[in-house]
Design a protein around this ligand. Structure first.
Ligand code: TIU
Length: 226
């Protein structure tokens, strides 16, 4: 086996083989990043999230070139909402609920314009796209089987939002035995203090949930292998 890529990460080096690693890009959808979608309906300032787009794009390019499996997720429900628990739809007092029609179509419904991944980080033909009804990508999806069939042991995480769908999926993965790295500048939250706390809690206690590193460090580790 060839030498692993070793990322300068926290709480220590994160070593992985590209062939057994997947980049998981979580929910880079118009519904979270653009005005008029689910994130805005919840009362959030969605403009914060756009700042990571160039870094997510760079991370995608670097990981594609290195031969990692690329997986994109979308938080998106069936048009009949059969996979949307009433408890999720009825939670809080959003200006538009899941399934309601807004300026980008029906909120968080598969196939609607708002549920699409933004153009700048759109999946390439042949890349895996998983629609998920929950925050975690392992719940009620084919992700577990897909990773097993491909012999994936390590996961690199990017996307939004850090403390909701990204952290939930990373914790699900950690409990299933995956070594997980969250790319700090390729993830964002509507709440800067929640992002900071999430990064700290993930890598605390010797990496209780996983590792964190910046995109440049992932890129340097992959380049050093060439
Ligand atoms: N509200 C919020 O921060 N996030 C979500 O509802 N979903 C995802 O994080 N994708």
């Amino acid at each position: 086996m060839s030498a692993p890529a070793v990322v300068d990460a926290l709480p220590g080096p994160f070593a992985f083989q590209p062939a057994s690693t997947a980049l998981l890009v979580i929910d880079m959808q118009r519904d979270f990043i653009e005005p008029g979608g689910f994130g805005a309906a919840l009362g959030n300032d969605v403009s914060r999230l756009g700042g990571i787009v160039p870094t997510v794009r760079r991370l995608l390019e670097v990981c594609r070139a290195a031969g990692l499996t690329i997986i994109h997720t979308r938080e998106a429900h069936r048009p009949d909402l059969a996979d949307c628990p009433p408890a999720k739809r009825n939670r809080g007092a959003p200006s538009l609920r899941i399934g309601d029609t807004g300026p980008m179509g029906r909120i968080l419904v598969a196939g609607e314009p708002g549920a699409a991944i933004i153009d700048a980080v759109a999946p390439l033909p042949g890349e895996i796209v998983i629609d998920k009804p929950g925050k975690g990508a392992f719940y009620a999806t084919a992700l577990p089987e897909l990773l097993r069939h491909r012999g994936i042991s390590h996961l690199v995480f990017a996307g939004v939002t850090t403390e909701v769908c990204v952290q939930t999926t990373m914790r699900e993965a950690n409990d299933r035995g995956y070594d997980c790295l969250l790319v700090e500048d390729a993830t964002e939250s509507y709440f800067p203090e929640f992002k900071r706390a999430t990064l700290e809690m993930i890598r605390a206690q010797g990496g209780i949930v996983g590792w964190t590193a910046r995109c440049n460090a992932v890129e340097a580790a992959l380049r050093a292998r060439e």
